[in-house]
Design a protein around this ligand. Sequence first.
Ligand code: LUB
Length: 215
Amino acid sequence: MSKQAPVVGWEPTNPRTSQGPELHQDRALRTRALVLNCAAEIFADKGYRGTSIQDVAAKAGMTKGAVYFHFPSKDILTVAVVEEHYTRWPVMLESVRARKLSPLDTVVALLDLVAEAFHTDVVVRGGARLQIEHALIGLPLPTPYVGWINLLTQLLEEADEAGQLRAGVTPAAAARAIVGAFFGMQHVSETVSQRADLPARWSEMRELLFYSIRA
Ligand code: LUB
């Protein structure tokens, strides 16, 4: 973990990678998003080592030079994909919060969305794989997991206050267990089935996890 930045949360840690030149131009923004998505898809399938700027350019239908204009190096592109995957979580949290569910049901609904994103969203899949491969990457990545552990701790504390937790369940310990179990599950699913079995694995894990913490 030596190259991980000592920053907690979901904020970008490398402003340079988050703002390429000419972001005020719509077309530049769209092109940048296209490159990011193409890169995420290749990173998800082939990993950091198996991905070249040339592959990304070919997939995006542009020249290597055009890719380098937006992302001056492979590592800068890599960090941008990981940072992009962290932008997904606050959006999901907001949409679940709008449903005004109980605290514990909020946790379940949120993790359902995360599980779906691991199945369908190339940026989440690519970002998660790159986070596992962080030791290969020459720039710091955002600190993993801690943002989720903090958020789930807070939601489970609310659930505890609402009498929704089984006696003896500690919110912070449960939050760490959920994040570890969830991330481990998606990694195993990626390894054995390229995440094809992820919905089934999440559904069985959800039952087990919430059975053990629900009052
Ligand atoms: C989340 C990933 C992928 C954990 O929090 C993180 O750092 C995460 C790292 O790639 O998913 C989801 C419980």
